[in-house]
Structure formats: structure tokens, C-alpha cells
Design a protein around this ligand. Structure first.
Ligand code: NAP
Length: 260
């Protein structure tokens, strides 16, 4: 009974790989026209061609670094120029390099916070006018369970950045409600992406063992959660965080998993 998003204009930052590509694929298959934004042009161009070939909406690549205001402005302008407006912003671009707290450098902090926090705020700011003009503007943030709910050694800066997105979301949701714009977040657990593969097979195996469903999530699992927030039926949902993690945050102890 959910309404269609066919014909809507969607921008997915970090849409060229991983979770963002899954979000873009779900929207494109639903008939939406999608811009995927990222820094690497070869990856982005190939992604756009692959997703367009699925036969749903059109998918285009726009080169943009979300850590800069110019990059976010270019991504939004490219979407509006291509599709005549912007209805949905999926602020998904993010990085998760690991560094122990005692070793964190200024550069480590700046890189993660600039991409994950500043990049989120700048993208939403750049999208404000076209989302308002849409009359049914939607912002969907990709946060994480790491930070808002859980912790993991090496990710103190990353966890801080993902929790900061939710702090931003709650006030943005209030400020943008009079414009008819909703602002929500998906909190993925461990999802099989190129970025997660870089963490190695041992990390993956440890995570699979700690998930009640005993498998990593698929990028499309996050795409469908983002799609829900974009439907007309979710118009009254704002400022909310939806965990999509196969139950990973639920066990009170390792024994809770072995007893299942
Ligand atoms: P990924 O496979 O490494 O993909 C990251 C995407 O973001 C790529 O398209 C990348 O393209 C883009 N990107 C990175 N920095 C950017 C920048 N400065 N400007 C524009 N684009 C940029 O990562 P992922 O695993 O899909 O993660 C995506 C999001 O999900 C992140 O916000 C992450 O925190 C969140 N998340 C992931 C997981 C997981 O299990 N994978 C779990 C929880 C949350 P370029 O490198 O070409 O720019």
C-alpha cells in the first residue's frame, strides 16, 4: 500500500559504492531518477551506467567531495539541472578509518569529522531550496549503530561522528518541518560493502558471529529503509532513527546468542 516514488528526483551522496549504491539501486528500480555523487569519476560513471541498465529510473554521476561546500553545491546543482528539482537527499557519504584513541592525530579527526559530520550538514544546507520547492522534501541520513548505540575499539572518532549526525537530525527536523521536509536516519549494523571488506575477513567473521541472524546485511536492506522514509506514507515521520542490523544490538551477553 505504499505509494510510488517513480519520477522523483533523488541525490545519494556516496552513491557510487556500498550502501549508497544499494540505496540508489532501490530508488532507481522504483522508478526514481537518481544522481550518485562521489569523488572517483571512474567508479561513479560505471555505477551510473550499471544502475541505469536495470531499466528503472535514470542514474547519473556527479563528481563531488561532500567535505566541501562547493562539492555539496555542485552535487545538488547537478541533480536539479538533470531532473528539474530535488525531492530526496540521502546524505550517505562516510568513511570509517580505524585509529586507537591514544594515537588519534588532528588529521585523523579532521578527515572523519569533515566527511561524516560537516559533509552531512553541508549537503542538507545545499539542498534546502530545492527540497522546499518540492513540497514533499525528504532527507535520509546514513548514520550507524556504532556511536549512537554501540562502541568498537578504533572508532572513537567515527562513533562520535555518527552520533553527531543524530544530534544534527533532531534540530534539523524541527527547523525544516514548516517547509514540509522530513529528516530521518537509518542506522545500519554491519553491511557487506567494499568499505567493510577492507576491514578483512577476521572482522567479518567476528561480526557474523555476533548477529542473531548470523549474516551481514545487504546494501539493499538499507535501501528499502531509506525508501520507506521517502514514501508519501512516511510524511508524518520525522527526526527518527531506524536500526537495520539483523538484531545485532539486542543480545545482553554472548550467552543470549548461544541459547537461541
Ligand atoms: P564504502 O563502501 O567505502 O562507500 C563509501 C562511498 O562514499 C563511496 O561512494 C565513496 O566514493 C563515497 N565517499 C567517501 N568519502 C566521500 C567524500 N568526501 N565525498 C563524496 N563521497 C565520498 O562505504 P559504506 O560501507 O557503503 O558506507 C557508507 C555509509 O554507511 C557511511 O556513512 C558509513 O558510515 C555508513 N555505515 C556503513 C556500515 C557498513 O557496515 N558498511 C555500517 C554502518 C554505517 P569516493 O571514495 O569515490 O568518494
Amino acid at each position: 500500500m505504499f505509494g510510488s516514488v517513480a519520477g522523483r528526483s533523488v541525490l545519494v551522496t556516496g552513491g557510487t559504492k556500498g550502501i549508497g549504491k544499494g540505496i540508489a539501486r532501490v530508488f532507481a528500480r522504483s522508478g526514481a531518477n537518481v544522481v550518485v555523487a562521489g569523488r572517483d569519476a571512474a567508479t561513479g560513471t560505471a555505477c551510473a551506467a550499471e544502475l541505469t541498465a536495470l531499466g528503472g529510473g535514470t542514474v547519473l554521476f556527479v563528481a563531488a567531495d561532500v567535505a566541501t561546500r562547493a562539492g555539496c553545491t555542485a552535487a545538488v546543482a547537478g541533480t536539479v539541472a538533470a531532473f528539474g528539482g530535488l525531492d530526496v537527499l540521502c546524505a550517505n557519504a562516510g568513511i570509517f578509518p580505524q585509529a586507537a584513541l591514544q594515537d588519534l592525530t588532528d588529521a585523523d579527526l579532521d578527515t572523519v569529522l569533515d566527511t561524516n559530520v560537516k559533509g552531512t550538514v553541508l549537503a542538507v544546507q545545499a539542498a534546502l531550496d530545492p527540497l522546499t520547492a518540492s513540497g514533499r522534501g525528504r532527507v535520509v541520513l546514513t548514520s550507524s549503530i556504532t556511536g549512537p548505540i554501540t562502541g568498537f575499539p578504533g572508532w572513537s572518532h567515527y562513533g562520535a561522528s555518527k552520533a553527531a549526525q543524530l544530534g544534527f537530525m533532531r534540530t534539523a527536523a524541527i527547523e525544516l518541518a514548516p517547509r514540509g521536509i522530513t529528516v530521518n536516519a537509518v542506522l545500519p549494523g554491519n553491511i557487506a560493502t567494499e568499505g567493510l571488506a577492507d576491514l578483512g575477513p577476521e572482522y567479518r567473521a567476528t561480526m557474523e558471529a555476533s548477529i542473531p541472524m548470523k549474516r551481514l546485511g545487504d546494501v539493499d536492506d538499507i535501501g528499502y529503509a531509506a525508501l520507506f522514509f521517502a514514501t508519501d506514507q512516511a510524511a508524518y515521520v520525522t527526526g527518527q532513527a531506524l536500526v537495520v542490523d539483523g538484531g545485532q544490538v539486542l543480545p545482553e551477553s554472548p550467552a543470549a546468542l548461544t541459547g537461541a
